[in-house]
Design a protein around this ligand. Structure first.
Ligand code: AVJ
Length: 327
């Protein structure tokens, strides 16, 4: 079963739409246009992201699979046989998490699972598929964004928590925001609670560039889907053929950056905003940052946010790392 944050569903829809409209207005009125990356994940976007995770070029999911396959035993040990709760931020299709859940279930049945995701369709699918794959597991999902979810976390049980933030989702935050976000998680947790977090590591720039510019164009479609969303949800009139995807590594920020670039001068009306926006030829909309970390960056981030690092695991190529942190 899962809960949609805010009891009045239709009211929630209105508020979400209002927020989307406001964010689009902010982003398109800025001197350098941008859109927040959380808007990737409607039903279509969540499905496209799942396709990305299966691409040959997109290594992070495979690498983290390898790691999660071998950490179950150690995590169970850290939990010392007492009941606990696994809270996952941005669970998506839960494919990686199921590997960890299966490992843990071999050792203990003393835990329940609380997946949180911004996409209700992704949550409905996950809820169904968990009933099939892990029928004995108690699951209480939540549909909401990270911030609403964190607030929700604070009011739940006093059992020990293991928070999961997998897949390098933290990479979407720049360093100051990542710090603020992790510190706010830290504040919601109790002494001894754990956080297992995935980090994409700094590596050969060619490998990075390929991962965000796949030859089948799925990453391009994933980015363009945000404009399609504006069309359907906010009465936008984007012709997505007139934009192209550009993914590049910025060594100064240590991040992959994704843009949609306007192929020509154009004016686009957005009905819900009663406003027309101008896009110059070659003008870019910034959509995403995907930060890459050094092990020392991870250590630094833990220290700056109140956590202590218990353990780091890496895959055999050293492309990806999962860190286990304690409050
Ligand atoms: C889901 C944020 C981890 O940054 O690699 C994949 C999203 N964007 N390809 C990432 C993404 C383009 C992904 N995260």
């Amino acid at each position: 079963s899962y809960l949609v944050l805010d009891s009045l569903r239709h009211q929630t829809q209105d508020v979400l739409k209002e927020q989307f409209a406001f964010d689009v207005l902010m982003g398109f009125s800025a001197p350098s246009k941008f859109l927040p990356s959380k808007y990737f994940y409607d039903a279509t976007g969540s499905r496209l992201f799942e396709q990305i995770t299966e691409l040959e070029e997109y290594y992070p999911t495979r690498c983290e699979f390898e790691i999660l396959n071998k950490v179950g035993g150690e995590i169970a040990e850290f939990m010392q046989g007492k009941p606990f709760e696994i809270v996952e931020l941005g669970a998506g299709d839960g494919r990686k998490t199921k590997v960890l859940l299966s490992q843990l279930l071999k050792l203990t049945d003393q835990f329940s699972y609380i997946p949180i995701d911004i996409s209700e369709s992704a949550m409905a699918d996950l809820d169904d598929s968990l009933k099939q794959s892990h029928p004995s597991l108690t699951t209480h999902g939540i549909v909401g964004d990270y911030f609403a979810s964190i607030r929700h976390l604070e009011n739940t049980s006093d059992r020990r928590k293991l928070v999961l933030l997998l897949g390098s989702n933290i990479g979407n935050f720049d360093f100051p925001s990542a710090k603020r976000f992790l510190h706010s998680i830290w504040k919601c947790l109790n002494h001894n609670d754990l956080l297992l977090m995935g980090f994409d590591l700094k590596k050969d720039i060619e490998v990075l560039t390929r991962a965000y510019n796949d030859k089948h164009g799925i990453t391009r479609d994933f980015n363009l889907n945000v404009l399609t969303r504006i069309n359907t949800e906010l009465d936008g009139e984007f012709d997505i053929q007139r934009f192209t995807h550009h993914g590049m590594y910025n060594p100064r920020h240590g991040a992959m950056e994704s843009y949609l670039v306007s192929l020509e001068h154009q004016e686009v009306h957005i009905g819900a905003l009663e406003k027309t926006f101008e896009f110059n030829a070659h003008e870019a909309i910034h959509l995403e940052l995907s930060h890459k970390y050094l092990l020392s960056d991870m250590q630094h981030l833990a220290e700056q946010t109140g956590f202590s690092v218990l353990k780091n695991w890496q895959d055999s190529q050293c492309y990806f790392a999962d860190g286990l942190w304690q409050v």
